[in-house]
Design a protein around this ligand. Sequence first.
Ligand SMILES: Nc1ncnc2c1ncn2[C@@H]1O[C@H](COP(=O)(O)OP(=O)(O)O)[C@@H](O)[C@H]1O
Ligand SMILES: [Mg+2]
Length: 506
Amino acid sequence: MTAAGDSPATPVVELRSISKRFGDVLANEGVNLSLWGGEVHGVLGENGAGKTTLMRILYGLSIPDGGEIYVDGDLAHFASPKDAIGAGIGMVTQHFALVRPMTVTENIILGRTGGAILDLDRAKDLVEEAADRYGLHVEPDRRLSDLSVGEQQRVEILKALYRECRVLILDEPTAVLTPQEIRALFATLDRLRASGMAIVFISHKLPEVMELTDRVTVLRHGKVVHTVETDEVDAAGLASWMVGRPAAPPEPRTHSEPGATALEVSDLSAVGGLDLPALSDVNFEVAAGEILGVAGVSGNGQTELAEVLSGMRKPTAGSIIADGTQIAGKGPKQVIAAGVGRIPEDRHEALVGDMSVANNLILEHLDEAGKRLILDRDRIRANALDLIERFSIKAGPDDLVKTLSGGNIQKVLLARVLVREPRVIVVSQPTRGLDIGATAYVRNELLAMRRQGAAIVLMSEDLDELLELSDRLIVLYDGRIAGRVDAAEADRDQLGLLMAGHTEVA
Ligand SMILES: Nc1ncnc2c1ncn2[C@@H]1O[C@H](COP(=O)(O)OP(=O)(O)O)[C@@H](O)[C@H]1O
Ligand SMILES: [Mg+2]
């Protein structure tokens, strides 16, 4: 490991002209990247830009079609992660590879050969030392199944440290963390950087990249657009490199006076997938012309709340009054008829990929218009052409939905739901996986519906999105409302505490 302050003459790792093709997709094309000891190097790009592919190649999980990897100036060949680990490369992937019934220390030594007892002792020492040196706190004897996602991520980092990595790759590490956990991770990464490690920080979140990194490489369509010192750019510049054009500024937020209560949820309870309680005594109201944001770490009842509100899941208790109609326990068709529009988390579940855009656009209308509409191909087509134009969908009426980009699929769904002018809209993760342009489009549509007087319940794991769009926020923790916050006064620290289950002191 290079001591802090030294200026090494060779990068720890140099990737030269790396290419990788998947079928027709050039996931990486002629990518050059050097990593120096003591730097945090951001790898930034939109979904599908090739970030994960590049790092899987560096970690030996994927073999490139072309290009070379140099370690300390010497040509290296990684046929598997074992080779990469041997060369000092560590990676924390987006989905952790931990064994849940085993303890922290057992997980850390997993894959090592040699005296297990000695290794266990060494792993315990490491866990203690890493807590002191890097602020990586986790109890060595706890089972993985008892740890939060943030703690599991720390175990992954510890595992890499145990294997004496000099390069640590983190693939979108903040996606699963609360704001406090993100802060703690950044503090750890600062200390690892100071110890001379080279860190690769993959993200598509500009503020994080601006705050944490020393240099940043922007990828677009598998190619490096630029590598720069982070100090020499700003977020707007990075955004335009990511998308290949200047990013449109968000529309100014006009404040409308909320109207009468359009959605009233009282004492709502529901069970989740494993018949475990998923929602307990949830109470809230949403006014016409208001967006209520639902914050929370994934898995705290948001999915079930969206399902119950849209008739996809029966509540075990409670009342839901939408625009004057009791909809608790009603099925999806009755809920739609009561004026509730649903934009679900999984777009593919709400649309039929093998069906045309035109047919998908009338899917929810079949009841009211009756069989006549199904047979009336001209009307279906005219309806599709109209919506394609109004919602700027880049597709023809006869294109199969599965051939569309994520952004256009989401527009088809928005078009189908919004054209009915629902009084209440239940929307989950509306921009997940979309590029910057499509994200801005979707957010502006939601704000337009709000101006037109819809009451909107917005579930999102993206705190920035919630703060940008919502008027008020509720925070779900373990199926209960842990707190209620006015979005204008919302403070990230407070939200983070609520998301971690600290209930509000009333
Ligand atoms: N195993 C694979 N098989 C086929 N296509 C893949 C595979 N892995 C990645 N791709 C494609 O390669 C491109 C880059 O993907 P990825 O590296 O995951 O991007 P990012 O991490 O920047 O979101 C995408 O078009 C993706 O669909
Ligand atoms: Mg990725």
